[in-house]
Design a protein around this ligand. Structure first.
Ligand SMILES: [Zn+2]
Length: 290
């Protein structure tokens, strides 16, 4: 069973409080309709029944495919592995299940497609990085985003699409599946076995992997600039309280103006609601009513 929450969302258009259903946990096997809505990017669509205002409503959501043995924790805007660390520690039965976090809907969808196609996203990310570097070296412009598209093992091909700075249309790039296999070997030789903690596997992850493969030193932090005025001593921000099961969210979710959200894959510009505790992955099925 997936975990449903019902909350009032203040409409940015007319101010009405709109009772809204949200999913803090998705069980892809039990609710294939929710899986489909993630993949066609409609799950977070929101519309005011009073004035017709449309928006993307992004909120934390834990996507779990038990049979596929993977979970992806969508944390809009702030994909911090520390926020998910508790889940992995709390449920030892999840050892061996691949766990990812992501801050974007496009990446949530991409992870699902990669895992469903039986691939390792760490290797796919490395291939994608190399293809992006080739594109940039060829003068194609800065790669803003790259996404996995499809694999055809029989034909020996794996495909990605890239969005370049200043280009409206994405560029499709296909490379040999042997390149993916080689990347998978590098992953296996350099990284611990998958299935431990939640990982943020993105372009920076691939860059770090490539650097280690090439035996390059880790980048040094920028030295502080001498001419800059020293910042006043500030206490580090206190960490917010850990969400506990059953704790109500601390903030009202807000809908994001539809007009302002350009790419559907960008996380909401508005503050996301405070995290809901995700569905307890292996606990007895239940509905959460808040
Ligand atoms: Zn409205």
């Amino acid at each position: 069973m997936s975990t449903e929450i019902n909350k009032d969302v203040a409409c940015p258009g007319c101010g009405a409080k709109v009772p809204t259903r949200m999913w803090s946990g998705i069980n892809a096997e039990v609710n294939p309709n929710l899986r489909a809505q993630v993949l066609d990017e409609t799950l977070f669509d929101w519309k005011c029944p009073h004035c017709g205002y449309e928006a993307k409503l992004a909120y934390p959501c834990l996507y779990h495919d038990k049979g596929g043995r993977f979970m992806v924790y969508f944390l809009p805007k702030s994909p911090d592995p520390a926020k998910a660390a508790g889940i992995a520690g709390e449920f030892p039965q999840l050892r061996g299940v691949r766990k990812r976090i992501t801050g974007s809907l496009a990446s949530l969808k991409e992870k699902i497609l990669i895992f469903e196609d039986g691939l390792d996203d760490r290797a796919a990310e490395l291939v994608k990085l190399l293809l992006a570097m080739v594109l940039e070296h060829a003068g194609g412009g800065q790669v803003r985003e790259g996404l996995y598209c499809s694999v055809d093992e029989a034909a020996g091909r794996i495909g990605f699409s890239f969005r370049l700075e200043g280009e409206a249309e994405p560029v499709r790039r296909v490379t040999s599946f042997a390149a993916y296999r080689r990347a998978a070997e590098i992953v296996d030789s350099l990284l611990p076995p998958d299935g431990g903690d939640f990982l943020l596997v993105d372009r920076d992850f691939a860059r770090d992997l490539l650097r280690r493969y090439r035996g390059e030193p880790a980048p040094q932090p920028e030295p502080p600039k001498a001419e800059e005025e020293a910042a006043p001593e500030a206490a580090p921000p206190a960490p917010g309280p850990e969400p506990t099961p059953g704790e109500p969210p601390r903030e009202e979710p807000q809908a994001q103006p539809a007009g302002q959200e350009a790419p559907a894959e960008a996380p909401s510009e508005e503050e996301p609601p405070a995290e809901e505790p995700p569905e307890e992955p292996e606990a007895p099925e239940r509905d959460t009513t808040e």
